[in-house]
Design a protein around this ligand. Structure first.
Ligand SMILES: Nc1ncnc2c1ncn2[C@@H]1O[C@H](COP(=O)(O)OP(=O)(O)OP(=O)(O)O)[C@@H](O)[C@H]1O
Ligand SMILES: NCC(=O)N[C@@H]1O[C@H](COP(=O)([O-])[O-])[C@@H](O)[C@H]1O
Ligand SMILES: [Mg+2]
Length: 387
């Protein structure tokens, strides 16, 4: 493809629907190629707003508001960055000739756990945990008995663990029901999943466009309350498990189609590789690629969107630790120790305008042998504070 820059008449323009920490890095990579970036979120001064050409705060679940903005800005590419977007607006935009990444149907399938689970398990025949969908407390109690305990309960539309819980016995079901209902997102339906006592879990970043499909080294991670606290790359896997994960990732991403990067999540138990879910965009656990690869997951996403080649070099192992706020603040300040700034350790502060307890505010990044990188990334995060 031929590039034009923002200085030229037919500039390439990217619209991010969602402007958190992941969108911020996508915006920076796009800016580096002279692409105009329009960053949209539901609140002002979101991380990607800070580095975009123009920014907007709108109700992204409001079909008309989203469409009006698309018509006003006429983006070359629309990049969903969160799940909570009016899917009707994306379908309509596509009908009107706009290019949604990877495509509106893929976003539709992945934003809702029911759609992606039915697609993966029932249409593609992939191995997943056992699951059922429920809409009532009574239904949840019955599904819990059929699936067995412990089981994992999640709203069909949620991310970063919001509204998710583990019911260890039937006595926990009502608490799980309440937790799902209190969460933001769509909890009108819940998924009840068999708990997989996995040996480890991974994200397999899979990037595709017309030039082909490329995989990043597998990323291992640790989650707490459904949200990642530490990730590292590469995760040591047996060749057989890695091949199986790559085959599954290829089949799901080919099934979804379109251009872009996908974060395909798996649980590995002995020789079994379970498909869990996927993001049709950069993945939070993939922030480690900011230091481990010549092209980070964000750079690869932008290249994929533009139809460019997807080659890159893996520099070496590293880890990423998530810093979550300990305080509520309308103007948060992070105190980062000097020891975070060695020649092979880094900190990325997202610049979120407000902190809530548990909100991800920054990450530490360390290039080192895996176990040492994990230890150092964790230590940096432990020494950060906020107020
Ligand atoms: N069936 C399961 N068995 C065991 N652990 C599970 C199961 N489902 C979820 N988990 C744990 O909870 C984590 C979060 O689950 P999941 O990825 O479904 O939620 P999410 O809110 O969509 O997360 P994100 O949007 O951050 O990817 C998983 O990475 C895993 O550690
Ligand atoms: N697991 C998905 C994920 O990490 N998404 C990232 O978090 C942001 C929302 O953060 P917030 O909840 O702090 O506003 C999203 O905009 C995205 O960048
Ligand atoms: Mg997940």
């Amino acid at each position: 493809m031929t590039f034009t820059t923002t200085l030229q008449k037919d500039a390439i323009k990217i619209m991010l629907l969602g402007s958190g920490e992941l969108g911020k890095e996508v915006a920076i990579e796009a800016q580096r190629l002279g692409i105009e970036v329009i960053a949209v979120d539901k609140y002002e001064n979101a991380p990607a707003h800070l580095v975009a050409n123009r920014s907007y705060a709108i109700d992204m679940q409001d079909k008309e508001a989203v469409l009006a903005l698309i018509e006003k800005e006429q983006p070359s590419f629309i990049l969903p960055e969160v799940e909570a977007i009016s899917i009707a607006a994306l379908f309509e935009a596509e009908t009107r000739g706009f290019h949604v990444i990877p495509n509106a149907e893929a976003v539709n399938k992945t934003m809702n756990r029911k759609n992606i689970r039915v697609f993966a398990a029932e249409e593609l025949g992939l191995k997943t945990s056992k699951y059922e969908f429920v809409t009532t407390l009574e239904g949840l109690k019955e599904a819990g008995e059929r699936i067995g305990f412990p089981c994992v309960i999640k709203p069909v539309m949620s991310s970063s663990g919001h509204g998710q819980s583990i019911a260890r016995t039937a006595n926990d079901i009502e608490r799980s029901w309440e937790m799902a209902k209190e969460a933001r997102g769509d909890a009108s339906e819940l998924i009840v999943e068999e708990f997989i006592p996995f040996d480890y879990e991974i994200t397999l970043l899979t990037v595709r466009n017309e030039t082909g499909t490329t995989f990043c080294e597998p990323i291992g991670h640790v989650q707490k309350d459904g949200d990642f606290i530490l990730s590292w790359q590469p995760m040591q896997m047996t060749p057989a498990s890695l091949t199986k994960a790559q085959e599954i990732a290829k089949s799901v991403t080919d099934g979804l189609g379109g251009r872009g990067i996908f974060g395909v999540e798996f649980f590995v138990k002995d020789d079994e590789v379970y498909f869990s879910e996927l993001s049709p965009r950069p993945h939070d656990t993939g922030m480690v690629t900011l230091v481990t690869q010549s092209q980070s997951e964000f750079a690869l996403h932008v290249r994929a969107v533009l139809g460019l080649p997807l080659d890159f070099t893996f520099y070496g192992s590293g880890a990423c630790g998530a810093y979550k706020a300990k305080n509520e603040s309308h103007n948060p300040t992070l105190e980062v120790p000097d020891t975070a700034f060695t020649k092979d350790s880094f900190v990325r502060v997202f610049g979120k305008p407000e902190s809530h307890v548990g909100r991800r505010m920054a990450v530490s990044l360390v290039l080192d042998e895996v176990e040492e990188a994990k230890r150092r990334a964790t230590q940096i995060v432990e020494n950060i504070s906020d107020h």
